[in-house]
Design a protein around this ligand. Structure first.
Ligand code: CDP
Length: 216
């Protein structure tokens, strides 16, 4: 008898704490953690690395058409190589990538390619994937959807504490207003406001909701 893999969708705005939560939920359930934002960041880094202006649409599309993405898994964490280059945290979180990623992620053709890669994780041993459109577009059929929020002040402060130069208000504006797959709260998602909760408390709330929805 085949059992369908467990798919947990965790969406939310920048620096809402969804990465930490998705990582811990995946570890607790023995499934793979995937940060879909890392894929958009990886392609953005590749665009900049190739000397292409992120607003030059024809050039970005031409690069996309000849770029190979390789998604994998290492120790329970999704990995991505773009153009044969394995991505590390340093490249993905650079100031230049922070500034260019939202315009790149708003391009429909880019989303189409990366969503196809993201869905491949759904056929393996289960996944907790975080992003902006995981519950609304990538895995709309999963019953396990979460939206992790926090006030803009708390989110700005979290990014500053990480020492990262990131205009999250601007990214949120672009991510929420784009035509294709904007950041939205899926009607059937459980919304958790993490502004005044510890990571442990958010993880506990998410795990409890998953167990409840499983009927345990
Ligand atoms: O960590 P943080 O929440 O700041 O961002 P991220 O998850 O690394 O995502 C970086 C950017 O990728 C976002 O601002 C979006 O523009 C884009 N993104 C997206 O469009 N769809 C996703 N599923 C994930 C990220």
């Amino acid at each position: 008898m085949s059992v369908s893999p467990l798919i947990i969708a965790i969406d939310g705005p920048a620096a809402s704490g969804k990465s930490t939560v998705a990582k811990r939920v995946a570890a607790a359930l023995g499934i793979v953690f995937v940060n879909s934002g890392a894929m958009y960041r990886a392609f953005t880094w590749w665009v900049l690395q190739n000397g292409i202006d992120p607003h030059d649409l024809p050039a970005v599309l031409e690069l996309l058409a000849r770029t190979e993405f390789r998604c994998g898994e290492e120790d329970g964490v999704g990995t991505i190589a773009v153009g044969g280059v394995p991505m590390t945290r340093d490249e993905l979180a650079s100031t230049a990538v922070n500034a260019a990623v939202s315009p790149i992620a708003a391009i429909p053709e880019v989303r189409e390619r990366l969503v196809a890669e993201q869905r491949c994780y759904g056929s393996a041993r289960g996944v907790a994937m975080e992003g902006r459109d995981i519950g609304s577009v990538v895995f709309p059929e999963t019953p396990y959807k979460f939206y992790i929020d926090a006030s803009p002040e708390v989110r700005e402060a979290r990014r500053r504490a990480e020492g990262i130069d990131d205009s999250i208000a601007k990214r949120d504006r672009i991510d929420s207003s784009r035509k294709v797959s904007p950041l939205v709260v899926s009607g059937d998602a459980l919304v958790v406001d993490s502004s005044h909760l510890t990571a442990e408390e958010v993880v506990a709330a998410v795990l409890a909701a998953i167990r409840e929805r499983m009927g345990e």
